[in-house]
Design a protein around this ligand. Structure first.
Ligand code: ATP
Ligand code: MG
Ligand code: FE
Length: 332
């Protein structure tokens, strides 16, 4: 079974070809146009998707060495995301499915982040827990099977990725700041400064208080030393990153205890963070978990994760009609 998958939910135009659960190509065009605005501009994202989608799909097919008539299905990200951006991918997928007379598979972007862990070996066995940390979401997901998943904890305000990006913005680093904080943190002392851990009941998260705490902390220190950020950038990054990681891992530990599940994964853009990956591995050794995280190219937005999800949906015969439309928000 060979599927072409398209991802266009935010600012990455991506296409991937997957045959029998094996990824043959994974092409991503990242939109640079947003950097100067310090965040994704929805209208510009839609226009960039329109420019990139044909060459990106073309390259995905060529890299895979698969002619169009060998495709068994066309998959696309149906939700959640920026509506204008989703529409470009959805319209392209519907048109191609119509032209080739092949079934259409709509994919939920967050479900796909979780299933990115099944792309490579070793992969987790079911049931597993997945901490999905991305630009718009922070969730602990209980996965029974590729089709049966339940969100058992999530953020009540900002996502972990937003905590990284907003901190970076306050520090004067360009967007998206997560990877830069990761880089500076490697040279810093994570114990240099202490930031508060929010007391949120259950398995939910909160990151908006941390952002405010960082803002006040910087205001106070730059009053004494105007060069404070410049002088201590690595230590600030290391300390903030450490706090975000402990908030995440403490809740994950709680979820593991409550569910009794010891197969534990990461997913989403923030799972590319080197400190979080290391922290999960160490926690695994300490608590007897088997731990997993996707390769870097499958952490941030990509179409391979859409393709692997579509592969499992194809097996279930979970298709949609050509009248399917994308939605900006969607429960699952
Ligand atoms: P969602 O999946 O919730 O719709 P999204 O698709 O925009 O959001 P992703 O592409 O999964 O999000 O992840 C992007 C986020 O990952 C950004 O906030 C970015 O800063 C963060 N990120 C990427 N690499 C790193 C890193 N090494 N350390 C910390 N954060 C990172
Ligand atoms: Mg992105
Ligand atoms: Fe994403």
């Amino acid at each position: 079974m060979t599927v072409l998958a398209i991802e266009s939910s935010c600012d990455e135009t991506a296409a991937s070809v997957c045959r029998d659960g094996k990824i043959l190509s994974n092409i991503i065009a990242s939109q640079k146009v947003h950097e100067q605005y310090g965040g994704v501009v929805p209208e510009l994202a839609s226009r960039a998707h329109m420019q990139h989608i044909v060459p990106v799909v073309d390259q995905a097919m060529k890299t895979a060495g698969v002619p169009l008539d060998e495709l068994d299905a066309i998959a696309f990200t149906q939700a959640p995301g920026l509506i204008g951006a989703l529409l470009v991918g959805a319209q392209f997928a519907r048109s191609l499915a119509l032209a080739l007379n092949k079934p259409l598979i709509p994919v939920h972007h967050m479900q796909a982040h979780v299933l990115a862990n099944l792309i490579e070996e070793p992969s987790p066995s079911f049931p597993y827990l997945c901490l999905t940390v991305s630009g718009g979401h922070t969730q602990i997901v209980h996965c029974e099977s590729p089709a049966i998943m339940k969100v058992i904890g999530e953020t009540i305000d900002d996502a972990a990725g937003e905590a990284f990006d907003k901190t970076a913005k306050i520090l004067g680093l360009h967007y998206p700041g997560g990877p830069l904080i990761d880089q500076y943190a490697k040279e810093g002392n994570p114990k240099a400064f202490k930031f508060p851990e929010p007391q949120i009941p259950g398995l939910d998260f909160s990151f908006s208080g941390l952002k405010t705490a960082i803002l006040y902390f910087l205001q106070e220190h730059t009053r004494e030393n105007p060069d404070f950020v410049k002088d201590r950038l690595s230590d600030i990054c290391a300390s903030v990153q450490q706090r975000i990681i402990t908030i995440l891992l403490n809740k994950l530990k709680k979820a593991a205890i409550e569910t009794g599940i010891t197969e534990i994964c990461l997913a989403g853009g923030v799972s590319a963070n080197s400190g979080l990956r290391k922290g999960l591995t160490e926690a695994g050794k300490k608590y007897g978990w088997k731990t997993y995280y996707p390769s870097l190219e499958y952490c941030t937005d990509n179409a391979a994760m859409i393709a692997i999800t579509a592969y499992y949906k194809f097996i279930e015969g979970d298709f949609a009609g050509l009248d399917i439309t994308p939605t900006a928000r969607a429960n699952w």
